[in-house]
Design a protein around this ligand. Structure first.
Ligand code: AMP
Length: 511
């Protein structure tokens, strides 16, 4: 059974397959497009439309078009212009919207392969935490796909690169700036193509859509000054500005200036932006990115001069200013692959075939080891700092940067005589202060009898290879299992709701 590789992107998504010999194909939809915009149009009647055609409807029926919903993954609702995104009274959650994109990609793969597909490797930004990862898993389930592995996007890109003999025995920096997220990953590719992620950093709220928004602001200012018109007053004008802003931004990656005519509802108004002006406008992003790369390098323990390859991934890495930042930080020109927009899906497909056991034993694919990822966030438990139980803190059990799968344990004690159990809270983050970590799960560990103060409980906290979190609590003296916490995302669909949503989505026609 074929397992497909999916890059579920903020702005674009891609599906790929790898055959048993390691030959990877990015699958084209019927219209020939291999890149499917992660945009959904809900027409008043008929099938839901995903992709380019949906994108072109955004200016026509903005209230019936959803985009950028990956940014809401892990949250309970997807906000569009400040409100829950809803069409015809149905509120759509981020994982439901993502499931429609996945359903479309599944269909594209099934048409190409001539058979049904039920399993996939799906990529996520390395920086995604537990709740975004589990929402991604739910999205796949709703689309009728079992996730074989959640894979970090930069690791996927590096898998493709690692199969290329030039990258052996090298330190690789993967710079991944897409439509909605930014990731930087530093990894070591050994002579035998073994890969080890050394450090990862990023910003889950930085990407091409933000640069578009900055250009839209400049456009709005221009229209206000030159024509006294607010182009942000109508949804269709905003959408028109958004399309033009993205076009101009892309053009500025190869041209020094770009001009478009703005729709103002009155007379057409030309707007020109130079590359220098654009670079000045995104100055904050440039310095944030530069700082993140520096910090990640420091965490990896590899000096800038010892990076052998800088691999650029994600559409926004085409912006020359980011290439300049990297060249000055690392001292070497970054490399672009021929399939910049497809690398992530291709890497996912390679791993998919590898994990499915379908690789030909004589192929290079069969001997390639599965790359070891690292935890992008630390994991800890809420404990009390002093015996009086006054001050709570986060006790870190698995630090970020630890190779995954990972597990760690700690012994914690009761604070009062007669306690019969301990309320266990799991936190994501690397700080001791509870103000700076995110509580992701809680549960009760019960001793089954009153125990004295200072009685020990041993906990084992683990991350699976997908960075799914699980906690087991044991009686510190008898060794008996006394509690188990699997992290349930707050507000996540219950299993009954999931079953209903799955049935509803299976019924929907998606084009
Ligand atoms: P991805 O999520 O990797 O597909 O990246 C998509 C993002 O890359 C979108 O925000 C695009 O506008 C942006 N992008 C694509 N091509 C270019 C380009 N030539 N210059 C600047 N940004 C680009």
């Amino acid at each position: 059974m074929t397992v497909i590789g999916i890059d579920l992107g903020t702005t674009n998504s891609v599906v790929a397959v790898t055959d048993s010999n390691g030959v990877t194909t990015t699958i084209a939809a019927r219209d020939g497009a291999r890149i499917v915009p992660s945009v959904i149009h809900f027409p008043a009647g008929g099938d839901i439309v995903v992709g380019d055609r949906a994108k072109s409807m955004a200016a026509v029926e903005p209230e019936r078009v959803a985009s950028l919903f990956k940014r809401g993954m892990g949250a309970n609702t997807f906000l569009a212009n400040g409100d829950d995104f809803a069409v015809d009274g149905k509120v759509w959650r981020p994982e439901e919207l993502s499931s429609l994109v996945l359903k479309k990609l599944k269909q594209i793969a099934e048409e190409h392969l001539g058979g049904s597909v039920h399993r996939a490797v799906v990529t996520v930004p390395a920086y995604f935490g537990e709740s975004e990862r589990s929402a991604t898993r739910d999205a796949a389930e709703l689309a009728g796909l079992q996730v074989v592995r959640i894979l970090n996007e930069p690791t996927a890109a590096a898998i493709v690169h690692g199969l290329d003999s030039r990258a052996r025995g090298a330190n690789v920096l993967v710079f991944d700036l897409g439509g909605g997220t930014f990731d930087v990953t530093i990894m070591r590719v050994e002579d035998n193509a073994d890969m080890m992620v050394l450090a990862t950093g990023g910003d889950r709220k930085l990407g091409g859509a933000d640069f578009d928004a900055i250009i839209i602001e400049l456009m709005a200012e221009h229209a206000r000054k030159e024509a006294g018109i607010d182009i942000l007053s109508e949804a269709w004008m905003i959408q028109d500005a958004r399309d033009k802003a993205e076009d101009m931004k892309k053009e500025l990656s190869s041209a020094e200036t770009s001009t478009r005519t703005l729709s103002t509802g009155a007379r057409p108004l030309p707007f020109t932006l130079s590359r220098a002006e654009f670079e000045a406008a995104i100055g904050d992003a440039l310095s944030d990115v530069s700082d993140t790369v520096e910090v990640t390098l420091e965490e990896s323990g590899i000096a800038a001069g010892d990076i052998d390859t800088v691999l650029m991934v994600g559409g926004s890495s085409r912006i020359p200013a980011f290439q300049k930042v990297l060249t000055s930080l690392i001292g070497r020109e970054p490399e672009f692959s021929k399939n910049l927009d497809e690398d992530v899906a291709r890497g996912a497909a390679v791993l998919a075939t590898k994990l499915s056991g379908n690789a030909d034993p004589r192929s290079e694919l069969a001997t390639m080891s599965i790359p070891q990822d690292i935890a992008s966030h630390g994991l800890g438990m809420t404990t009390v700092r002093d015996a009086r139980g006054m001050e709570e803190m986060n006790s870190i059990i698995i630090p970020s940067g630890h190779a995954v799968p990972a597990s760690g344990s700690g012994v914690f004690c009761t604070v009062e005589d007669g306690q019969t159990g301990i309320w266990v809270r799991i936190n994501e983050g690397d700080e001791e202060s509870l103000d700076f970590v995110r509580q992701i799960g809680e549960g009760h560990a019960r001793f089954g009898r009153p125990v004295p103060a200072g009685y020990p409980m041993r906990v084992e906290l683990s991350y699976t290879a997908d960075q799914i979190v699980r906690l087991l609590a044991y009686d510190g003296e008898s060794g008996n299992l006394i509690g188990e916490v699997t992290v349930e995302r707050e507000g996540a669909l219950s299993s009954v709701q999931k079953r209903d949503a799955m049935a509803a989505i299976a019924e929907l026609g998606v084009q």
